[in-house]
Design a protein around this ligand. Structure first.
Ligand SMILES: Nc1ncnc2c1ncn2[C@@H]1O[C@H](COP(=O)(O)OP(=O)(O)OP(=O)(O)O)[C@@H](O)[C@H]1O
Ligand SMILES: [Mg+2]
Length: 245
């Protein structure tokens, strides 16, 4: 069961959006996802309280590091395939490393110089926590809110700065999409948005697909482990028999 954390010392870089999109994309592929909301403003908990949350996604509030451990423990009862932790946009967010062992840490950033500086800081923070814990933490930056049409010069400059420091970037950026904002107003996943007159949903869906694919490829695993698929099929069959009986 992989654990993924979203961290960035800078607020508003796109962590919560990227965490939710990953959860929705994994759920689309049949995975059960525990979303741990460690931001005191509780944006994911609020999303989970709107209508349409897929059953495959559970949301757990965890305002402190101790709460993250407890929330992960509570989530485990639902046998999730993935645990995704969203943190607050400050250096305090990095305290998350004391709570769980992470398979991947993602730092979203927009194509701005300020975000680039903070993403470099995040990368250094992750490297130092990994060293202290005695095992390297896998870290990737994720370009977010990238304009769909043309790539601005500032974005190229940001990419160049990260590359110069050997900071790796996930190969699928998140596009600036009205649909991604609307998820937090409407609730649920992309399917619910079309009925609310939100445009660009098919392109948003393709973008999530590419992003999820990039994460799965990086971790070298499917959305749902074969063992879990087999166990769940058995459990469903047993339930069906018990109902017939
Ligand atoms: N790909 C995107 N397309 C459109 N809007 C986006 C996208 N990503 C983020 N946003 C918007 O940008 C704002 C900040 O995004 P988000 O809340 O995900 O960032 P954050 O890093 O979690 O912020 P904080 O540090 O405050 O928790 C929000 O209004 C969100 O709706
Ligand atoms: Mg957030």
């Amino acid at each position: 069961m992989p654990n993924i954390a979203f961290i960035s010392p800078k607020g508003g870089a796109g962590k919560t959006t990227a965490a939710l999109l990953l959860a929705l994309g994994l759920a689309e592929r049949g995975a059960r996802v525990a979303l741990i909301d460690s931001d005191p403003n509780k944006p994911l908990l609020r999303w989970g309280g709107l209508s349409g949350r897929p059953d495959a996604i559970s949301v757990h509030a965890a305002p402190t590091v101790q709460d993250i451990r407890d929330a992960a423990y509570e989530a485990r009862r639902r046998d999730p395939d993935w645990t995704i932790v969203d943190t607050e946009g400050s250096v305090r967010g990095a305290m998350v490393f004391a709570a769980l062992r992470f398979d991947l840490v993602i730092t979203p950033l927009t194509g701005s110089q300020m975000d680039a500086i903070e993403a470099i800081k995040a990368s250094e923070l992750v490297a130092s926590f990994g060293k202290r814990a005695g095992n390297d933490l896998l870290h990737r930056c994720l370009l977010s809110r990238v304009p769909a049409a043309l790539k601005p010069r500032s974005l190229a400059a940001v990419v160049e700065q990260l590359r110069a420091r050997d900071i790796e970037i996930l190969p699928a950026p998140l596009i600036e999409k009205e649909a991604f904002r609307a998820l937090f107003e409407v609730g649920g996943g992309l399917a619910a948005l079309e009925g609310h007159g939100v445009s660009g949903v098919p392109a948003a869906r393709r973008n999530i697909e590419a992003y999820v694919e990039a994460v799965l490829k990086l971790l070298g695993r499917p959305a749902v482990a074969e063992r879990a698929v087999a166990e769940r099929a058995l459990a469903e069959r047993a339930l069906a028999y018990s109902r017939v009986g």
